[in-house]
Design a protein around this ligand. Structure first.
Ligand SMILES: [Zn+2]
Length: 380
């Protein structure tokens, strides 16, 4: 044990020394040769290390598939948030009894959320109308399920300036619209009485075209990882029709088995990456120090770079992927340099190697990249 600590101190010492030396002779040269601008942004300090699944559009219509979806989460011991459409729910005995049973099952964390009264677009309503409709659904859900929702899922994901007040007047504590990642925003994970935990949607595609079936579970995981790295949480949206068999130009009340497998695979990959599944209302109760997720394929390329079977240019490309995934936030943008392979100091390879061998943490690794970028030793 003592030996390990000693070796660790020596290694850190060498690292600090080598940064100092490199910096001493490189900084003046790099500053005069390239006009470099560094965009500074702080890393997250805390994170939920979790993913919430939102099952929207819970109405009486096509109950078999809905029961099957909820049951998939139940079998996987994965908590779920159900978005109930007030006026369209409560008449179907089978679905109602199934949900009642699962609410009282202590082994399953099933959260009941408010998803509007008639699935109306709240962005077109004034504050008074919104307050009334939220209350109407909450009252009805309380009557039939004995639970007063505190989580609101805006129908069509739309809200306006009146929504927050309407929610607070109804005692709501959480809401979940959707977003494209906006790097200027943050969503507080503590110290607020109304938490906003949006679902992440892909940056390039129009929201209306976001069909569950268009993506594999790997791709979906790569989307939610961006949200996790940027905001410290991720919310995944699923809809009943995503899992409904479409045959002869219509949806049947039968499961689309391929999509159920994708859902199970996504739940597995989330758990395999060490993320906990929680309902939306519990995201803020699971906070710990943040550490970004870096996918195995990026680690593999970096390992090969350390072993010198990959070029510096491959390594720089990987750092650019990490930037897209919000692992690296501080970016220097050179005005007249395309890439900078020759600028990677050789000692940095040791750093990468220690991290890959789990001798240092991901945060240490990210901080060392930040150091190189801030000091313009490395330009990506
Ligand atoms: Zn909806």
């Amino acid at each position: 044990m003592n030996k390990i600590i000693f070796v660790g101190i020596v290694v850190i010492g060498i690292f600090i020394l080598s940064i100092g030396q490199y910096n001493a002779y490189s900084s003046s040269a790099s500053k005069t040769e390239f006009q470099v601008t560094v965009a500074y942004e702080n890393h997250l300090s805390e994170s939920c290390h979790c993913v919430a699944f939102r099952f929207d559009d819970i109405s009486d219509y096509k109950n078999e598939v809905k029961i099957e979806v909820i049951n998939t989460f139940y079998k996987k011991h994965a908590p779920l948030t159900l978005g109930i459409v007030g006026d369209r729910f409560g008449e179907n005995e089978k679905l109602l009894n199934y949900i009642k049973g699962k609410i009282h099952d202590e082994s399953f964390d099933l959260e009941i959320a408010n998803h509007g009264w008639e699935h109306e677009d709240f962005s077109t309503l004034d504050k008074v109308q919104q307050t009334q409709l939220i209350k109407k659904t909450n009252d009805k859900v309380y009557d039939i399920l004995g639970i007063r929702p505190t989580v609101f899922i805006p129908p069509h994901n739309r809200i306006n300036d009146g929504t927050r007040l309407s929610l607070q007047e109804n005692g709501m504590t959480h809401f979940s619209p959707s977003l494209r990642v906006d790097s200027t925003k943050q969503y507080p994970l503590s110290n607020t009485n109304l938490y906003q935990f949006p679902a992440y949607v892909t940056p390039k595609e129009p929201e209306s075209e976001l069909k569950w079936g268009s993506y594999t579970h790997e791709k979906r995981f790569s989307f939610l990882k961006k949200s996790f790295n940027k905001f410290g949480f991720a919310v995944v949206v699923v809809h009943p029709l995503d899992f409904t068999l479409f045959k002869d130009e219509k949806y049947l009340d039968e499961p689309n088995l391929g999509q159920f497998h994708e859902l199970e695979a996504l739940i597995d990959i989330v758990k395999a990456n060490g993320l906990e599944i929680v309902p939306i209302g519990k995201i803020n109760s699971k906070i710990s120090p943040a550490e970004p997720i870096i996918e195995e394929k990026s680690k593999k390329i970096m390992r090969e770079w350390v072993e010198e079977t990959r070029t510096d240019s491959d390594f720089i490309d990987t750092l650019n992927f990490l930037r897209e995934d919000f692992v690296i936030l501080n970016i220097n943008v050179p005005n007249n340099v395309k890439n900078s392979q020759e600028n990677i100091p050789t000692w940095f390879k040791n750093n990468v190697s220690w991290w890959l061998e789990k001798k240092t943490s991901t945060n240490d690794f990210v901080n060392s990249i930040d150091f190189l970028l801030k000091n313009e030793i490395l330009i990506i």
